[in-house]
Design a binder for this molecule. Structure first.
Ligand code: SF4
Length: 170
């Protein structure tokens, strides 16, 4: 009983903290879905047409329109990283196909600032190219690594078997 109460308490605190972070980001919309206790639970969004599934950190409602929010609380940058834009674009595509009130944009929240990313034709094209490249990689005989970052390898579940890990000290 005590453990259950402690877990509920922790969930409420985490929910409140995450909402405070979101509010400090400048995103003013009402939170309509998230993995915290402050809203209805998020559900995975699916696109059979594009063969992708995803779940944004938050969905917010602004002036009756629904936008996804992706939090990267440990990232600091004055411009959005391309891979984060592509991730957010995937949520935009999923919302476009499943939510009639999709706003046409989403938010990327970094530790130091927030970016509104419009789901433009250019962003959509980048996403569709990425999906096509990933699909091609799935059936390719060999896919060389595209980085030399030991930290990524150190966190990768394939580090013991991929044979190309660039881990410091290895
Ligand atoms: S361990 Fe291998 S698969 Fe994993 S990130 Fe490093 S190079 Fe890529």
């Amino acid at each position: 009983m005590m453990i259950a109460l402690a877990l509920v308490g922790a969930a409420i605190v985490l929910g409140v903290v995450s909402v405070m972070l979101l509010r400090r980001s400048g995103v003013r919309g009402r939170i309509v879905a998230s993995d915290s206790v402050v809203s209805r639970p998020s559900r995975a969004l699916r696109s059979p047409r594009h063969g992708i599934v995803g779940k944004p950190d938050y969905l917010v409602e602004e002036r009756g329109r629904i936008a996804p929010v992706e939090l990267k609380p440990s990232r600091e940058s004055n411009s959005p990283w391309l891979r984060d834009v592509v991730q957010l674009a995937a949520y935009c595509l999923l919302l476009e196909e499943t939510e009639p009130r999709f706003a046409g944009y989403g938010y990327l929240r970094y530790a130091n600032r927030t970016f509104r990313i419009d789901f433009t034709d250019r962003v959509r094209g980048e996403l569709l190219r990425t999906i096509a490249n990933m699909r091609a990689d799935l059936t390719a005989a060999d896919v060389p690594p595209n980085h030399h970052d030991p930290r990524r390898c150190a966190r990768c579940m394939l580090v013991r078997v991929c044979g190309r890990a660039v881990v410091s000290g290895s």
